[in-house]
Design a protein around this ligand. Structure first.
Ligand SMILES: Cc1cc2nc3c(=O)[nH]c(=O)nc-3n(C[C@H](O)[C@H](O)[C@H](O)COP(=O)(O)OP(=O)(O)OC[C@H]3O[C@@H](n4cnc5c(N)ncnc54)[C@H](O)[C@@H]3O)c2cc1C
Length: 340
């Protein structure tokens, strides 16, 4: 089967490695230069362990991280600088870097039969039996294929920060009286935090200033204190308005969505990449078991994967806040920006 992987992020690269281990030679197309990534800490949840174990990456990155909730020789998650994971997956993997998927080719029945790729040498056409959209939340491949995307705005915004100071613990999280949440992650080279806050826009959310943010964070989440006090500038704090993503159909003839192109979960779940890596594992196996029939591979993939992924989507805490009866208001000192 000629497989084209559109997007060489964590999920596309992992799928590439898993398919090669099964004797296929997929073409991986990535618009960015090799090795490019935005440095940040990253929580690799247990859902992503198996695929990374199979390609030998888990053992390589584990010592580079901080364990979260260790259990014997394993842990519920490991927090590691994201570049270490991406470099380990990409090592020795042939990828068409600095090339973008620009168009899909269809036959008369509407089946996707290839991609048009744009690179430094101009445009080329690559025929395919199956295009796998690994091009992220704003997937162009998904849109060009005509697969529906349902974005849901969360009722609250998010305030986040990243510093170069490791925090006291690798992870902590707390719920506030109104169902909002605050948490932090820490890896050997730094730490980052997030909290829900009122949807007031970046200017108003950052207006109380860096010292007020540090005070609030270390009061509500003392385990993050060393990390948040490592902030040097308000530029290291960002305001965003996250959206969840679900896609009712994951495939149509000749194209399938996995990873962030198929789903994106709320900020407090920490599972988006673990689920995406699990998608890659399931799809690689479905393809290996249906080498001559891409539709059968996609159908088999959905049968295996929907019972795993759909419940996470339905139960995303961003969709339905869990509230203590009657408490709909933030408790004292919890609101952000502060009321006064
Ligand atoms: C700030 C932030 C923090 C996060 N923290 C965590 C965390 O702690 N734990 C966790 O599990 N998840 C986290 N996530 C989610 C996680 O990063 C993703 O789930 C993970 O990277 C897998 O995504 P992906 O490979 O499907 O898509 P992406 O990482 O978005 O990769 C898509 C790739 O496709 C490429 N591309 C796009 N369009 C084209 C095109 N037309 N042609 C060629 N290439 C293209 C892009 O350049 C990119 O490399 C976080 C996300 C963000 C934004």
């Amino acid at each position: 089967m000629n497989v084209v992987i559109a997007g060489g992020g964590m999920v596309g690269l992992t799928l590439g490695r898993l398919l090669r281990a099964r004797g296929l030679e997929p073409v991986i197309i990535e618009r960015m230069p090799g090795g490019a990534y935005i440095p940040r800490g990253y929580m690799l949840g247990f859902q992503g362990y198996e695929p990374l174990k199979e390609i030998g990456v888990l053992d390589e990155v584990w010592p580079e991280g901080r364990e979260i909730a260790p259990q014997g020789s394993s842990a519920v998650a490991v927090c590691v600088e994201v570049g270490k994971v991406i470099h380990a997956i990409a090592h020795d993997l042939p990828v068409m870097y600095e090339h973008s998927v620009k168009e899909l080719r269809f036959d008369d029945s509407g089946r996707v039969t290839g991609v048009v790729v744009e690179g430094p040498e101009g445009e080329t056409e690559i025929p395919s039996d199956l295009v796998v959209a690994c091009d992220g939340k704003q997937s162009r491949v998904r849109d060009m294929a005509g697969l529906e995307a349902v974005f849901t705005e969360l009722p609250e915004a998010e305030l986040g920060w990243m510093s170069t100071a490791p925090a006291e613990t690798s992870f902590s999280m707390a719920y506030m009286s109104d169902g909002g949440h605050i948490g932090h992650l820490s890896w050997p080279q730094g730490s980052g935090g997030w909290r829900s806050c009122s949807k007031v826009g970046a200017e108003a959310a950052l207006a109380p200033g860096l010292d007020a943010i540090k005070d609030m964070w270390s009061r509500l989440l003392p385990e993050s204190s060393l990390g948040v006090h490592g902030l040097e500038s308000i530029e290291q704090v960002r305001y965003s308005e996250p959206e969840l993503l679900t896609t009712p159909e994951w495939w149509k003839p000749g194209v399938v969505l996995i990873g962030d192109s198929a789903h994106f979960f709320g900020p407090e779940t920490g599972i988006s990449s673990g689920i995406g890596l699990g998608d890659a594992h399931a799809l690689a196996e479905a393809i290996a078991q249906n080498r001559d029939d891409p539709d059968a591979a996609c159908s088999s993939y959905v049968t295996w994967r929907a019972p795993v992924v759909r419940p996470y989507e339905a139960m995303d805490p961003g969709r339905q806040r869990i509230l203590v009866a009657g408490q709909q208001q933030p408790g004292p000192g919890e609101a952000w920006p502060p009321a006064d």
